[in-house]
Design a protein around this ligand. Structure first.
Ligand SMILES: Cc1ncc(COP(=O)(O)O)c(C=O)c1O
Length: 390
């Protein structure tokens, strides 16, 4: 399906008020998503929380069906999580690590994931090996292959980083992981909703993401995918009456699906809203979204790169809608605040949150502008005009 930008912008009221280039932070939700959330909250107020949930059963279950379509998997392989970090930690902590196990990860791994690796190294004595990026800024596949040995228990990769517009070759990593029978955990937090994802092509055992970014769902929502055939290799580190059945006084069994990683209590309205957001994306079509976001990202990079004193930080063939750059003589925070004052939302990728990647590339805090399909060439022109004026 082709994208009707005018209709999509009409569905997104804030498009009339501001230029939102902070979609990698939190995208603007379509009206239908906000309406679904508000409707459920009103039902909770009117009927009671449990009663509203029982009436909304089909809308709640739509969450699983929608994700199954988005990722090309079974609904039983999907679980709700309160955010991407929790989803990632639920899976990571379910891997039975022992001292000496190796985890291979990338230079652009997300900060909280890397902290979890450090914490596991402290608690269980695992060894972390960071595979550097190659000259194109993506994980060096030769170095990755060379690092594989029988002690490697996990490959953990961030598909599209928070601090750079590159798209790592996640499917090629998946191919290697499968060939060597190594668990593969893919952080798709920035790619879900802007890139057409198929877990079978990606070859991942586990995949995690958040609702509020390119999926255009509400804050405080996230999800995980767990391949059914990998379930036996994982044991949830925490448990409740929803993830497990308390079968007799001293026995219990975990659920037989990905929901063994869920908590019973959750943001029900948000879960419904995220399901609606996925339906919305699927209706537009993920291939069309991926093409549009990629084109807008390329236009933004080209236009920014032509401004005197502006350096664009990512180069290469496969880039996302996340664009990072710096303006000579202007701190990243000053530029972000200045743009905000003009009604333009953008963000800053901070060195303190990207100790591996930005430090290795000799960068400090850098500006980040992240476009979605509802952004336009006119907005890019205005954004660049404003950047040029600083
Ligand atoms: C690549 C990546 N992974 C994980 C996260 C964490 O997501 P959440 O804040 O939903 O836990 C982020 C958030 O910016 C991210 O960019």
């Amino acid at each position: 399906m082709s994208i009707d930008i005018r209709t999509l912008r009409d569905d997104t009221p804030a498009c009339a008020e501001l230029i939102h280039f902070n979609n990698a932070g939190a995208a603007l939700a379509p009206r239908s998503v906000t309406d679904a959330i508000l409707t459920h909250l009103a039902d909770e107020q009117r009927l009671g929380g449990y009663e509203a949930a029982s009436r909304a059963e089909a809308r709640i279950n739509n969450f699983y069906d929608a994700f199954a379509k988005l990722l090309a998997c079974e609904a039983s392989e999907i679980a709700y999580a309160e955010n991407a970090t929790h989803a990632w930690n639920s899976l990571f902590n379910a891997i039975p690590f022992t001292a000496g196990d190796i985890v291979l990860t990338g230079q652009s791994e997300y900060a909280s994931n890397f902290l979890a690796l450090l914490h596991m190294a402290k608690r269980q004595g695992i060894e972390i090996q960071v595979i550097p990026n190659d000259s194109a800024g993506v994980i060096d596949l030769e170095r990755l292959e060379a690092a594989i040995n029988p002690r490697v228990k996990l490959i953990a990769l961030t598909h599209t980083p928070s601090q750079s517009g590159v798209i790592h070759p996640a499917a090629r990593v998946g191919f290697m992981a499968r060939a060597h029978n190594i668990l593969y955990l893919l952080d798709a937090c920035q790619s879900a909703g802007q890139i057409d994802l198929n877990v079978n092509e990606l070859g991942c055992d586990m995949l995690t993401g958040t609702g509020r970014k390119y999926l255009r769902g509400p804050r405080g929502t996230g999800f995980l995918y767990m391949r059914r055939s990998s379930m036996a290799k994982l044991e949830p580190a925490w448990i409740d009456l929803h993830s497990a059945n308390w079968s007799s006084a001293n026995t219990y069994e975990f659920r037989d699906d990905a929901r063994r990683f869920e908590n019973w209590e959750c943001f029900v309205a948000g879960k419904i809203g995220l399901g609606v957001a996925i339906d919305y994306a699927l209706q537009i079509g993920m291939p069309a979204i991926e093409t549009r976001v990629g084109e807008l990202g390329a236009t933004l990079r080209e236009t920014l790169g032509a401004i005197a004193g502006v350096q664009v930080h990512e180069h290469g063939k496969q880039l996302s809608g996340i664009v990072t750059f710096s303006k000579q003589g202007v701190s990243a925070a000053t530029l972000q605040e200045g743009l905000r004052a003009k009604g333009i939302n953008s963000s800053v990728a901070r060195l303190a949150s990207n100790q591996l990647d930005l430090a290795k590339r000799g960068l400090g805090d850098i500006n980040r502008a992240s476009v979605h399909y509802y952004n336009t060439d006119e907005e890019i022109a205005r954004f660049c005009q404003m950047v040029a004026q600083f």
